[in-house]
Ligand binder design. Structure first.
Ligand code: CUA
Length: 352
C-alpha cells in the first residue's frame, strides 16, 4: 500500500498557550512537588560530588605537573585501605540520601485514598480512551475531564502495545501495558494504578476549567509523537454538569446533520455514539467514542484544533495528518464529508 504524503505541520506543537509546553518544574500536584523535592536533593548531592572530584583533580594536575627535569620516575605504590573504604562508604551514604526519600514518596503515593474517583485510561495506537465507571459509564477520548481537589485513581492499560500515560504538570507517570481481557472483551485482567490528587482551579469563575497537556511517553509506533491528550480540571460543580451531559445522545437538528447520520452508518463499526444504533454493534470499538466529540478542543489525539475545516481534512485522508493512522481513507465525497462532519461535530456539541 502506498503511504500518502505526510503533512509535516502536524508535528509542530499545537496551541500550547494554555500550558507552557509540558513543564515539570512548576508542578501542580503533591506528586509533582514530591518528585521535585527528590530532584532537589539529587541536584545538591551531584553538585557536591562534582566539586569534591574536580577540585582535588585540578589541584593534583597543577601541583604534580612534570617540570621536565626529573631523573627518576616518581615513587610507585598501590593499594590504600583507608582511601578504598572512604570512596566506597561515601557514595553508599550519598545514594542512601537519594534512595530513602525516593522510597518514601513511592510508598506514599502507592496508596489509593478511600473514596478516590476511578478513571480507566486505555492506550491505543495512537489515541487515549478514558472511561468513568462511577460517573454513569461515560466513555470519552483524548480529553480527560476531572474535578478539582479530588483524589483520582487511574487504572491504566493498553489495547495494543506499551504506551505511557503522563500529564507533566501532575507529576506521576504510568506505563499502559497490554493485557489479556476477561470474556466480555472490555474488562482487563491486569492494569497499573496511578494515584493523583487533582490541583485546584485558580479562577473558580472561569468557564471550561484549566487545561494541561498530556503525552504518550513510550515509543509506540510512527505516530507516537502525535499521541497527545489534554486534561481539563473543572470546579466540582462544572465537572458534575460536564458528567451529566457527556452521555447525552446527539441532537440532530439540520437536514445536513440528518444526512450525516445516514453516512455515519459506515463509521459505526469502529466508532460509538451513545444513544445511536452504533452502540448495538457488539464487541469493543477500535476507534474513539464520539459521543461528546463536538466539545473537544482537538481532533486526532491533540493533532489539530477541532474545527470543521480540520475535521474535513481528517476525513479526506486521516494518514496525511497522522502517519500510520488505523482509520482508513473512506473515500467519502465532499458532500458526504460536510454531512458527516455536521452530524459528528455539531450534533454532539453540548452546553454544560
Ligand atoms: Cu503511545 Cu507513544
Amino acid at each position: 500500500m502506498q503511504q500518502p504524503a505526510f503533512d509535516e505541520s502536524s508535528y509542530k506543537l499545537f496551541d500550547v498557550s494554555w500550558d507552557a509546553p509540558m513543564d515539570t518544574i512548576s508542578g501542580l500536584t503533591e506528586w509533582s512537588r514530591d518528585i521535585n523535592s527528590v530532584y532537589a536533593i539529587t541536584t545538591v548531592i551531584t553538585i557536591f560530588v562534582f566539586f569534591a572530584v574536580a577540585i582535588p583533580l585540578i589541584w593534583t594536575l597543577v601541583k604534580f605537573k612534570s617540570k621536565g627535569d626529573e631523573q627518576t620516575p616518581p615513587k610507585q605504590f598501590h593499594g590504600n585501605t583507608t582511601l578504598e573504604i572512604l570512596w566506597t562508604v561515601i557514595p553508599v551514604v550519598l545514594l542512601l540520601f537519594i534512595a530513602v526519600p525516593t522510597w518514601r514518596i513511592l510508598f506514599k503515593h502507592a496508596h489509593t485514598p478511600e473514596g478516590a474517583m476511578q478513571v480507566d485510561v486505555i492506550g491505543h495506537q495512537w489515541w487515549w480512551e478514558f472511561r468513568y465507571p462511577q460517573n454513569g459509564n461515560i466513555i470519552t477520548a483524548n480529553e480527560l475531564h476531572l474535578p478539582e481537589n479530588t483524589p483520582v485513581v487511574f487504572r491504566v492499560w493498553s489495547a495494543d502495545v506499551i504506551h505511557g500515560f503522563w500529564v507533566p504538570k501532575f507529576g506521576g507517570k504510568m506505563d499502559a501495558n497490554p493485557t489479556a481481557m476477561e470474556e466480555d472483551g472490555i474488562t482487563p485482567k491486569r492494569w497499573s494504578v496511578l494515584n493523583i490528587v487533582t490541583p485546584s482551579v485558580a479562577d473558580a469563575n472561569k468557564k471550561g476549567g484549566e487545561m494541561y497537556q498530556g503525552q504518550c511517553t513510550q515509543l509506540c509506533g510512527p505516530s507516537h509523537a502525535l499521541m497527545r491528550f489534554n486534561t481539563v480540571v473543572h470546579s466540582k460543580d462544572e465537572f458534575e454538569s460536564w458528567a451529566k451531559t457527556a452521555n447525552t445522545p446527539p441532537a440532530v437538528e439540520t437536514t445536513l446533520a440528518k444526512a450525516g447520520e445516514q453516512v455515519f452508518a459506515r463509521c459505526q463499526a469502529c466508532h460509538a455514539i451513545t444513544g445511536t444504533p452504533s452502540e448495538q454493534i457488539p464487541g469493543p470499538k477500535i476507534g474513539p467514542n464520539l459521543t461528546n466529540f463536538g466539545n473537544r478542543k482537538y481532533l486526532g489525539a491533540g493533532t489539530r484544533l477541532n474545527t470543521m475545516e480540520n475535521l474535513a481534512a481528517w476525513l479526506r485522508d486521516p494518514a496525511s495528518i497522522k502517519q500510520g493512522s488505523l482509520m482508513p481513507n473512506l473515500g467519502l465525497t465532499e458532500e458526504e464529508i460536510q454531512q458527516v462532519s455536521s452530524y459528528v461535530r455539531l450534533s454532539t456539541t453540548k452546553t454544560y
